[in-house]
Design a protein around this ligand. Structure first.
Ligand code: NAD
Ligand code: DAU
Length: 331
């Protein structure tokens, strides 16, 4: 099978490429990635000849058409993915997440290629801390940020292309991922690498916001489950019952690195900061039979802490510029 993976040099896409190579000997992968600040060649070294890397933009219609024509399956991870960046400059989010997805959809439509669309639980907005509800496939869309609204727009394009043009597509909306190869701008890698650098972790606001953490390998195994067993035209939510508040995550990281659990700072909050996300993945579990491997967040986090401790050469080149950007925003 020849597969096109967009955004394969980013966090989840690179993990997807690695897992796929290990578990599926019949698959050959072309990665299409623009290598923005978030793409990292070091996440994909030594994978030839089964992986071909093409540097290019998902909004480049000619390039996308050629690559899609040569593929049996497209899995679309590429995106501008960071909420804080979307608040500072929304335009790249509209261009990549909306126009880029449109460009891919037109190509899979022309060449009748199966398409899986990677999206986020943030399209559903947020929940109160004491709300017993969790997101399901029927929750109305209500995105808060430029990032999540452009992801919501891209999901709606996929739904329209399924209904109007019969494109063979599935969509998954996943909760917060953690694991190796995640950029140091994101919460967990930022705090781990801060502590490794002797810098106190930074919690936005009071640190009470809750995220529903899932290991990236469990996300990617769920994506394969949906590709193989999902119903065309349908949406599946992916989550592993991993709700934890940010303060608790930082305390765990500090403890796992031998520091006092209260050695963190509270900093300026994110404008419009979503309070809580929570996924009800009943449909994925019962209809498709998926279950997560990493059911204990504390031990998955500890493996992730060890990965960043052992792979400084991977993250060090991005650290200084990332922290300079946060410092300018008082975070
Ligand atoms: P990331 O920022 O780590 O990686 C994104 C990749 O896309 C990078 O390699 C980047 O170079 C590439 N890219 C950006 N613009 C491009 C363009 N115009 N053309 C080609 N490539 C481009 O992101 P991630 O965290 O790996 O997220 C991957 C996908 O998963 C995104 O669609 C995101 O919305 C979704 N998602 C992420 C999470 C999470 O917790 N990180 C959770 C649910 C869903
Ligand atoms: O829910 C899925 C989403 O999860 C994905 O769609 C996004 O691509 C991904 O970036 C992530 O979005 P979040 O905004 O939840 O992730 P982030 O890592 O930026 O922040 C996680 C939480 O930690 C959030 O409540 C903000 C907070 N935070 C973040 C940083 C960077 C801090 O308290 N301090 C920080 O330094």
């Amino acid at each position: 099978m020849r597969m096109l993976v967009t955004g394969g040099a980013g966090f989840i896409g690179a993990n997807f490429v690695h897992t796929t190579l290990e578990e599926r000997p019949d698959v050959e992968i072309t990665v299409l990635d623009a290598f923005t600040y978030a793409g990292n060649e070091a996440s994909l070294t030594g994978l030839e000849p089964r992986v071909t890397v093409v540097k290019g933009d998902i909004a480049d219609a000619e390039l996308v058409d050629r690559l899609v024509a040569d593929s049996d399956l497209v899995v679309h991870f590429a995106a501008e993915s960071h909420n804080d960046n979307s608040l500072a400059n929304p335009w790249p989010f509209v261009q990549t997440n909306v126009i880029g997805t449109y460009t891919l959809l037109e190509a899979v439509r022309r060449h009748e290629v199966r398409y899986h669309h990677i999206s986020t639980d943030e399209v559903y907005g947020d929940l109160e801390l004491d709300d017993p509800a969790r997101f399901t496939e029927n929750t109305p869309y209500n995105p808060s940020s430029p990032y999540s609204s452009t992801k919501a727009a891209s999901d709606l394009l996929v739904r329209a292309w399924v209904r109007s043009f019969g494109v063979r597509a599935t969509i998954s909306n996943c909760s917060n991922n953690y694991g190796p190869y995640q950029h140091v701008e994101k919460f967990i890698p930022r705090q781990i690498t801060n502590v490794l650098d002797g810098v106190r972790p930074k919690l936005y606001g009071q640190g009470l916001n809750v995220r529903d953490w899932i290991h990236v390998t469990d996300h990617n195994r769920a994506v394969w489950t949906i590709i193989e067993k999902g119903q065309l035209g349908e949406t599946y939510l992916i989550g592993a019952d991993g709700e934890v508040d940010n303060r608790t995550v930082v305390e765990m990281i500090l403890q796992q690195l031998g520091q006092d659990a209260d050695a963190f700072d509270l900093v300026t909050d994110r404008p419009g900061h979503d309070m809580r996300y929570a996924i009800d993945a009943t449909r994925l579990r019962t209809e498709l039979g998926w279950t997560p491997i990493y059911e204990d967040f504390r031990s998955g986090l500890s493996q992730t802490v060890a990965w960043y401790r052992d792979n400084e050469a991977w993250w060090r080149p991005q650290k200084q510029a990332t922290e300079a950007k946060y410092a300018a925003a008082g975070q």
